[in-house]
Design a protein around this ligand. Structure first.
Ligand SMILES: Cc1cc2nc3c(=O)[nH]c(=O)nc-3n(C[C@H](O)[C@H](O)[C@H](O)COP(=O)(O)O)c2cc1C
Length: 362
């Protein structure tokens, strides 16, 4: 601070320029190979070290079949989804899922023993497993699996009606929302930072979260949670944590900390899915809020060690759970201003890849 105060501006600019040049040189050198990049992140920057540890811990949790919490099973959700995909194949194979069917049935049986487990998830699993058993060529199923199957799953649901299994496209719910109506809703949603001093209705939040749950997610695992903070003093503490709330943190009436659980995945290759899945769900959440008279502003949650430790302590988050974004929610002040925020056009966003400009043609 002292140096900053007494050094003339011209020298400050010179030093800044020099430090940028040195930084560029260092980064260019270390980015020459993957090995040197790893050296850089081993000795010069610890920015990824917490993520490394979280991913490893998450893999352990997954392998111990402990992911998903008390009322849901990640393994069951993933495998039932895979079986549903097998059931919709054209043409359907006489046998499939052999390498994970026993694991799935065991997980189903274990989940049924847990009184806390979500009954609807279990019903879905049961019906899909029953249909699988009816649809495959049982002669091709090893005897061991057949026995576990017959012992643990009734082959047909009550009244012989399947409600939670694949169905024809023609039977799906058809909305009468026009392009114009959807476009109007999307244009209506803007990031709002100035809210009325009014408690946000939890009932409306729950309605919007039910809509966010319809968003696509990898293998239908839904690895996210919406942590709602609408009570003081926690609200003020949390609202001032992300750097991007400077100047309007005091005005936030309700804060959602969207978290993603890395323990939903057994491998590193899927470590980004918590961000993708929670963002897709958050977008639907924010649009749903608009239809309920509420406004929102997505807030960046930066990967800064000090802030991560603080939020994990405040919300008692395990090492495998990370905030993916924060969302401020409230009733907008009608005279509060919102930035114009120019949007790119489709011409700027589209890149048509054809044979001429694609690498495979070279
Ligand atoms: C991932 C993400 C992080 C954001 N972080 C902040 C933030 O920290 N502070 C803020 O005031 N706005 C934040 N925003 C809101 C953006 O500034 C805003 O979406 C953008 O300027 C476009 O404006 P619009 O949402 O009104 O269309 C964020 C938005 C997203 C999607």
């Amino acid at each position: 601070m002292l140096i900053k105060k007494y050094i003339p501006n011209s020298i400050k600019l010179l030093l800044l320029g020099m430090s940028t040049k040195i930084n560029l040189l260092l980064l260019s050198f270390f980015s020459l190979s993957r090995f040197s990049s790893s050296l850089y992140y081993c000795f010069f920057s610890q920015q990824f070290s917490r993520e490394h540890q979280s991913v490893l811990k998450a893999r352990i949790t997954y392998l111990k079949h402990q992911g998903g919490g008390d009322n849901s099973s990640v393994l069951l959700r993933r495998n039932i989804h895979r079986i549903e995909k097998g059931l919709i194949m054209q043409p359907q194979k006489p046998i499939f899922a052999l390498n994970y069917i026993d694991e799935t049935i065991n997980e189903y049986v274990k989940s049924c023993e847990n009184t806390e487990h979500d009954k609807e998830e279990l019903l879905w699993a049961k019906e899909v497993l029953s249909l699988y058993f009816i649809s495959i060529d049982k002669c091709l199923l090893p005897q061991k699996i057949k026995t576990i199957f017959e012992k643990s799953i009734e082959t047909k649901p009550e009244n012989n009606i399947f409600n939670n299994v694949p169905y024809a496209f023609a039977d799906k719910i058809k909305s009468d929302v026009s392009f114009e109506q959807f476009s109007a809703l999307c244009h209506q949603r803007r990031s709002v930072r100035w809210f009325q001093p009014k408690q946000v209705s939890r009932e409306l939040l729950e309605k919007a979260i039910n809509i966010s749950s319809t968003a696509p997610s990898a293998c239908n695992r839904q690895p996210f949670m919406f942590n709602i903070i609408d009570q003081q003093p926690l609200l003020s503490t949390l609202a001032s944590l992300p750097i991007g709330t400077t100047g309007f943190a005091h005005n936030i009436q309700c804060l959602i900390v969207v978290t993603g659980n890395l323990s939903y995945y057994p491998t590193e290759r899927d470590r980004h899915l918590i961000y993708i899945d929670s963002s897709l769900a958050s977008m639907q959440f924010m649009l749903a809020l608009e239809t309920l008279g509420l406004s929102s502003c997505a807030l960046n949650w930066p990967d800064i060690e000090r802030l991560e430790v603080k939020i994990s302590q405040l919300l008692s988050l395990p090492d495998t759970v990370r905030p993916t974004m924060l969302i401020a929610v409230g009733y907008a002040q009608t005279q509060g201003k919102i930035p114009y925020s120019h949007k790119k056009t489709s011409q700027q966003l589209i890149n048509y890849i054809n044979h001429e400009n694609c690498n495979s043609s070279k």
